[in-house]
Ligand binder design. Structure first.
Ligand SMILES: [Zn+2]
Length: 225
């Protein structure tokens, strides 16, 4: 492996990271980075503020992926009913599914942490939170954010966002038969989401969405000293 000296984009200190790592945090100024190829790229970070008085047991990292996708790219079966064997072209299609909207953009929350089963755990959490959160009330990232949990960079998140979007569309509307889209990517931010331990699960502190603790891929590296 080629050894590169990666430097913090904010303060210039050497970054303790290996090109195999997806993400790294500067040990000096704590600025977040992702490792793309042999470069360190600064990451925009924020946290979702927990409700007042709620104790945070665990922060989990999610990518907030913002994009634009044309609704015309979604192909539907025409509406039909048992009383009307032929499609009725006069019935307008239902509204397209609405992922988290930020201004005119669309956005999804894609887990940046690893799980034992992406479709069951990551996608469910991403869909549930994306469908409920209004994108507001962001606060600075927590100082104790568990960076070693980050397994996926923003390019991975861009790859997963269309998977989540397809799942979201299919979950809400059974008549969608074709979904071809080329999202126009706008930006990605790393969002730390607050959870409380609840038995075998972590429960998100805003909406009560749960994820099995055993499904979260464990920290591959020793915790920061
Ligand atoms: Zn730094």
């Amino acid at each position: 492996m080629r050894l590169e000296i990666l430097r913090c984009r904010a303060c210039g200190a050497p970054l303790k990271a290996d090109p195999a790592d997806a993400m790294a945090r500067c040990g000096h100024c704590r600025a977040g980075h992702q490792i793309i190829g042999s470069s360190a790229v600064a990451v925009s970070e924020a946290a979702v503020a927990p409700p007042a008085a709620a104790a945070v047991d665990q922060w989990l990292p999610l990518w907030l992926v913002e994009f634009q996708v044309a609704a015309a790219d979604i192909e539907r079966l025409p509406p039909r009913s048992v009383f009307q064997p032929h499609p009725d072209e006069s019935v307008p299609p239902p509204d397209p599914p609405a992922p988290l909207a930020l201004d005119q953009r669309q956005a999804l929350l894609v887990p940046a942490f690893g799980t034992t089963n992406f479709v069951n755990y990551s996608s469910n959490l991403g869909l549930e939170l994306s469908g409920r959160w209004d994108g507001r009330d962001l606060s600075p990232a927590p100082r104790d954010a568990p960076w070693p949990l980050c397994r996926y960079g923003s390019l991975d998140a861009r790859g997963m966002a269309p998977v989540l979007l397809r799942l979201l569309v299919n979950k809400r509307e059974r008549d969608v038969i074709g979904l071809e889209f080329e999202p126009v990517w706008i930006r990605e931010r790393l969002i730390w989401w607050p959870f409380a331990v609840d038995g075998d699960c972590l429960r998100d502190l805003l909406f009560g969405v749960r994820v099995l603790r055993s499904a979260i891929a464990s920290d591959p590296t020793p915790a920061d000293a």
